[in-house]
Design a protein around this ligand. Structure first.
Ligand code: ZN
Length: 305
């Protein structure tokens, strides 16, 4: 059966060969409708159970760190464009200087992203106690093998402000030209590459479903939001994106402030129109959920070290 398509803070995973039809369906149903889906139902993600799992201090740290991310974006010449802003922009030709620069950056960063995703997946599998049995270890290994087989980034005008992977063509990440141009930093691009690589790792056999479930349950517990099914997968992809960008910052020291570099992996979520859907938390809730799961990163954002 055809798997649903994924818009993520701009991503789709497509499993069928009927590409043109699927792209149309994705764009209409998954991507652009997100901003149109307003009203009380969009708030239906909140559950009634308490948020006691997070201390008031920890919650305040997350709020402060989230504010840092969006403040850094404004002052950063390499700051990312928020995704609601990207959605309103006109199509960008593949040959435009910004798209060319973005595509080169993405292709250059792909091997690094692959390696860091593998490290991150192994770490998360350990953190969530998922390497107990032979079967679970094997599943992670198969996911890693798929990640390691990705070779290309293909810029695409029609994908606009999305990135996507087709399971029929699991060696290529398709990157919309508006998205490429809207992420003018290594940290921004590598976080999206890592996000897509996790989808590819999961593949058609759901090799990472245990990890998605564990991370979704944990973040549901901490935030009080409902993060299951597709939402859990998307949040895990975003989580790996953020962790990979953080690891990249460590591996490539510079004089730029640490909070500025970390923020670049998240700041495309600094939207004005903060709407989620069944498959995705809203962009700003995504920032908060990721930082809730990563107290160390929150502290680095707030304290600068
Ligand atoms: Zn995604």
């Amino acid at each position: 059966m055809m798997r649903p398509l994924y818009r993520a803070g701009h991503c789709r995973l497509i499993q069928s060969a009927a590409l043109s039809f699927l792209i149309a369906v994705t764009l209409i149903n998954s991507c652009f409708s997100t901003l149109a889906q307003k009203g009380p139902n969009r708030r239906g993600s909140h559950t009634s159970h308490s948020r006691d799992a997070l201390t008031p201090e920890a919650r305040e740290m997350v709020e402060l760190a989230s504010a840092v991310v969006c403040k850094e974006r404004i002052g950063d010449p390499k700051g990312s464009v928020p995704i609601d802003d990207m959605q309103g922009r006109p199509s960008l030709p593949v040959q435009s200087p910004e798209a060319v620069a973005g595509a080169k950056r993405a292709q250059r960063l792909l091997p690094i992203a692959r390696n860091l995703v593998v490290v991150s997946l192994r770490q998360l599998a350990r953190d969530y106690n998922l390497i107990g049995s032979k079967r679970s270890t094997l599943r992670i290994q198969r996911a890693i093998a798929r990640v390691e087989a990705v070779r290309n980034v293909r810029p695409d005008v029609d994908s606009r402000d999305n990135a996507s992977v087709f399971l029929k063509n699991p060696h290529t990440i398709i990157f919309g030209t508006i998205f490429l141009a809207g992420l003018p930093s290594d940290e921004g691009i590598i976080s999206v590459l890592a996000h897509e690589l996790v989808h590819i790792g999961d593949g058609g056999e759901d090799s990472l479903s245990s990890l998605f479930r564990a991370l979704g349950n944990r973040s549901s517990q901490l935030t009080g939001l409902k993060i299951h099914g597709q939402r859990a997968e998307e949040l895990t992809c975003d989580m790996v994106g953020m962790l990979v960008a953080r690891a990249y910052v460590s591996a490539t020291p510079s004089y730029e402030p640490l909070p500025r570099r970390i923020s670049r992996s998240l700041e495309h979520n600094c939207v004005d129109q903060d709407e989620g859907d069944d498959d995705h938390l809203s962009p700003r809730s995504t920032i908060r959920a990721l930082l809730t799961l990563s107290p160390t990163l929150s502290r680095e954002l707030v304290l600068g070290r």
